[in-house]
Design a protein around this ligand. Structure first.
Ligand SMILES: CC(C)(COP(=O)(O)OP(=O)(O)OC[C@H]1O[C@@H](n2cnc3c(N)ncnc32)[C@H](O)[C@@H]1OP(=O)(O)O)[C@@H](O)C(=O)NCCC(=O)NCCS
Length: 150
């Protein structure tokens, strides 16, 4: 069994351009959601080392937009595996400004669940992990488990 912390993380950067804005002139939530899903997908694929055709997204959960993002900013999205099931894998993605310091809260956080599929049906992905020990990673793991029960 692997430690969840050893699974690969993925980082993706985006420059916020005028095409990405909403009617307030700040980053459109739909665009941010798209970037979060993309980062989550790449993280899940990287962890499973599978073909894109074997991976589908089944859930977006707990996506928060805490701060507006201005045109011209660069966002850095980081994806990290938060939970591993039999055929599913859930990823936590956070987005932060490229020049934010550690004390600045990140504008966006989201969790996504992907399922490994073969012939359009869920199938075991073959990754076994032990639940995380660090309190922070354990909180993310428990968040996914609690969400699934709803
Ligand atoms: C992926 C899919 C084939 C799974 O269907 P299924 O065979 O009924 O799935 P199961 O009930 O066996 O669940 C498979 C796994 O996904 C998890 N899962 C399923 N739905 C979930 C949900 N809404 N939220 C979180 N986890 C979910 C289950 O807990 C299970 O996890 P585990 O194997 O790690 O224990 C089916 O849901 C599907 O095709 N969905 C559409 C995906 C898609 O098109 N995505 C693009 C969105 S536009």
């Amino acid at each position: 069994m692997k430690s969840i912390e050893t699974l690969p993380q993925v980082t993706a950067s985006h420059l916020v351009k005028s095409v990405d804005l909403n009617h307030h002139g700040t980053l459109y939530a739909g665009r941010m959601a798209e970037w979060v899903v993309e980062t989550g997908f790449m993280t899940a694929r990287s962890a499973l080392k599978c073909s894109p055709s074997n991976l589908v997204c089944v859930r977006l959960h707990g996506m928060s937009f805490r701060k507006s993002v201005q045109c011209g900013e660069t966002l850095v999205l980081k994806g990290q595996v938060a939970h591993v099931g039999r055929s599913s894998l859930s990823v936590r993605v956070v987005a932060n400004l490229i020049d934010a310091d550690d004390a600045t809260p990140y504008p966006t956080e989201g969790y996504l669940t992907f399922v490994y599929v073969v012939g359009g049906r869920a199938a075991p992905h073959g990754i076994d992990v032990v639940p995380p020990e660090s309190p922070e990673a354990r909180r993310w793991w428990d968040h996914i488990v609690n969400e699934r029960q709803r």
